[in-house]
Design a protein around this ligand. Structure first.
Ligand code: PBG
Length: 339
């Protein structure tokens, strides 16, 4: 830690000298945002035939898996130097095990093939790996009746995750991103990928995912709310910070290439801590749908300056220690930076 400069010990120090002009402020700034560190989530919906606004996520749209508009969106992002995309799928049917998630004709699979055929290796494609939008019960794991009570069963879910991982890799994902918070999911997925020859396909694990109330707009957009109960038996308790280290270390040992903290803004302490403990693993922070809408509604009501506000928030996430930021504002931020 640096010594603290006080006017008592350094009577000639005037911090404002470093703030006199823009160029001087830029010279001494410690954090700068690079659009190549941003990831844009994209919603692929099997039931739409043209881009359709998502009411819950202002300004975002559902894209058909094989549409020219999807390609145009990605091209626009690439031009702004945003190279990474996180694909979420909304299937045309749901069942108890989420089988559309590992079908060759699933929404993400079709989109992956189409994007690859149009744009080759230019975009970095992350595919979300979960079943909550594919199951009729809306949970991220399989439901089982154990001694008269309904539980989300860990180990049988892993078998489904393995199939999804292989299917996503087969259709062109660079990284799979397991978000279901089942124990052992990274190991299971790594083994499945390796045994099918996909040793180059990476895993970005939602390692530190809290049971947050800030996922509501996303769940409305994905139609993925749990039909009964909640996710607190698998997502983390937000009263715990150090537990994040345990979750992250487990995932790294199981083979995660990139780890993630989610949500971002209320969890900057967790991001900060993880970066100190695990400097050697790229750390992503996911600024989730509720954060996005909170910011959007402030802007809409005139309570937040759009450009300055978005940069301040992104800067805070990187300043806390994130290497990568997943944000629904990725294009907005890139556009501000390009001006
Ligand atoms: C679940 C999943 C969630 C998000 C991404 N994948 C949340 C949840 O329902 O638990 C949230 C993303 C957001 O709110 O932006 N597999």
């Amino acid at each position: 830690m640096n010594p603290i400069y006080t006017s008592l010990r350094f009577p000639y120090t005037r911090p404002r000298r470093l703030r006199r002009r823009e160029a001087i402020r830029d010279l001494v700034a410690q954090v700068s945002i690079d659009p190549r560190k941003l990831v844009l989530p994209i919603f692929i919906n099997d039931s739409v035939s043209s881009p359709t606004p998502i009411n819950a996520l202002k300004g975002h749209k559902y894209y058909p898996p094989q549409s020219k508009e999807l390609i145009e969106l990605i091209q626009r992002a690439l031009e702004l130097d945003v190279h990474s995309f996180l694909l979420f799928g909304i299937p045309s049917f749901k069942d108890s095990i989420g089988s559309a998630a590992f079908s060759r004709e699933g929404p993400i699979q079709k989109a992956l093939r189409f994007i690859r055929s149009e744009l080759n290796d230019e975009p970095i494609l992350f595919a979300d790996l979960c079943i909550c939008s594919y199951t009729d019960h809306g949970h991220c794991g399989l439901i089982m009746n154990k001694n008269g009570s309904i539980v989300i069963d860990n180990d049988s879910t892993l078998d489904v995750y393995k199939k999804i991982a292989v299917s996503l890799a087969e259709n062109g994902a660079d990284f799979v991103a397991p978000s279901g918070m089942m124990d052992g999911q990274v190991r299971a997925i790594r083994e499945a990928l390796d045994s099918h020859g996909f040793t180059d396909i990476g895993i970005m694990s939602y390692s530190v995912k809290y049971a947050s109330s800030f996922y509501t707009p996303f769940r409305l957009a994905m139609d993925s709310s749990p039909r009964f109960g909640d996710r607190r038996s698998y997502q983390m308790d937000f009263r715990n910070a150090e537990e994040a280290v345990k979750e992250a270390i487990i995932d790294v040992e199981e083979g995660a290439d990139i780890i993630m903290v989610k949500p971002a803004l209320m969890y900057l302490d967790v991001i900060y801590m993880l970066k100190k403990v695990l400097q050697y693993v790229p750390l992503a922070a996911y600024s989730v749908s509720g954060e996005y809408m909170m910011i959007e509604l402030m802007i809409e009501n005139g309570y937040l300056d759009r450009d300055r506000g978005l940069l301040e928030i992104a800067t805070a996430v990187f300043r806390a220690g994130a290497d990568i930021m997943i944000t629904y504002h990725a294009l907005d931020i890139a556009m501000i930076l390009s001006r």
